[in-house]
Design a protein around this ligand. Structure first.
Ligand SMILES: Cc1ncc(C[n+]2csc(CCOP(=O)(O)OP(=O)(O)O)c2C)c(N)n1
Ligand SMILES: [Mg+2]
Length: 342
């Protein structure tokens, strides 16, 4: 292998994308086996170039928020798949003790300020994080990851304005998978020149092909470095959501041809071809990476299934502060309410 061994190497990006895809394939299996805590599950298969490319451009200590399709981003930022899978399964060993689930994972230790199910909901938090970095003279950057649906939300533009006005170390990353649920982007947005929109606010603005993970990494590195120096930016990563919005959605609004063309835009296949074509890695090298990812994620499923469920008494833990006692415990409330019924 001719890999340079760095975190940003083409081979490492391939490994990260493979780990994300395999993790999500296993999450899908967990769902089918009815072992997930919630009924909603949003997979980012086809979008791995965005997570791996931008994730690798960030440093330890940087923070981020994600939308509801954020598993891959957290893995790219160093998440432990066991704890993620346990969270999705609603188990006590999960990142949020099983109380967050797929759409509300957070972990302050790794800078994950929270996934958010409200479209655009995670965006303003990075402006606050950026303000705090500037105030405390910390050399960090905060990155908001969101879908193209958020391009139609006012909160994005309030946040972009404030970040530009105050020169905050912030990057806005739109993962444009072409659809907000069943609505294609050109039926939701009057202009597709999102980079120009951002520039009009005084931000740096770029659009990059999300099937080319090295191009995503290079563009993100430039924008993250600029943000760290006080020039916030916006990056739209162009990609395709391979499957439906959520597990129940069979995408009846897309033709078979469109799906086939979209799935041909596969960031993993493209990176595979590049690495073997450039002589960086052989087919066997990449097959070994794939096998490692499969073993790791099989292990995560086993871990999640074997893990304990949270105790009912833990329900209000981590929710109320010391100065604000939790409401009446659930068990006694149920006893009282159920006991009162005839
Ligand atoms: C404010 C708000 N409006 C509507 C919804 C319902 N909703 C959930 S996901 C979604 C589409 C989001 O599309 P996009 O931002 O492109 O993300 P993607 O699902 O494609 O990753 C909508 C409309 C919501 N969660 N929040
Ligand atoms: Mg979308």
């Amino acid at each position: 292998m001719a890999d340079d061994g760095s975190n940003r190497s083409g081979l490492q990006l391939y490994r990260t994308m493979r780990r994300i895809r395999t993790f999500e394939e296993r999450v899908g299996e967990l769902f089918v086996r009815q072992q997930t805590a919630g009924s909603m599950l949003h997979l980012s298969i086809g979008e791995e170039g965005a997570a791996a490319g931008v994730g690798t451009a960030m440093r330890e200590g940087d923070s981020f928020t994600t939308h509801h399709r954020g598993h891959g981003i957290f893995i790219a930022r160093g998440a432990d798949p066991n704890r993620m899978m346990a969270e999705i399964a609603g188990k006590a060993a999960g990142y949020c003790a099983g109380k967050g689930g797929s759409m509300h994972i957070a972990d302050m230790a790794l800078g994950h300020l929270g996934a958010n199910a409200i479209v655009g909901g995670g965006i303003p938090a990075v402006v606050g994080a950026g303000l705090s970095y500037r105030h405390h003279k910390r050399p960090n950057v905060s990155v908001a990851f969101f879908g193209d649906g958020a391009l139609q939300q006012g909160i994005l533009y309030e946040s972009m304005n404030m970040a530009a006005l105050w020169h905050l170390p912030v990057l806005f990353v739109c993962i444009n998978n072409q659809y907000g649920m069943g609505t294609r982007i050109d039926r939701a947005s009057a202009s597709l020149a999102f980079d120009e929109r951002a520039r009009s606010f005084g931000l740096l603005g770029e659009i990059v092909d999300g099937t080319d993970v090295e191009a995503v990494r290079d563009t993100a590195e430039t924008l993250v470095a600029a943000a760290r120096a006080g020039r916030p930016g916006f990056l739209a990563v162009d990609c395709f959501r391979f499957y439906g919005h959520a597990r129940m959605d069979k995408s009846p609004y897309r033709s078979a041809e469109e799906e086939a063309e979209g799935r041909a835009r596969d960031p993993l296949k493209r990176q595979h071809a590049r690495l073997t074509g450039d002589g960086v890695a052989s087919e066997n090298d990449l097959a070994a990476i794939d096998a490692d990812a499969a073993a790791e994620m099989d292990g995560a499923v086993d871990f999640a299934i074997a893990a304990e469920k949270p105790a009912p008494a833990a329900l209000f833990g981590d929710v109320y502060g010391a100065d604000q006692p939790p409401p009446e415990p659930l068990a006694s409330r149920l006893d009282r309410v159920l006991g009162a019924t005839p």
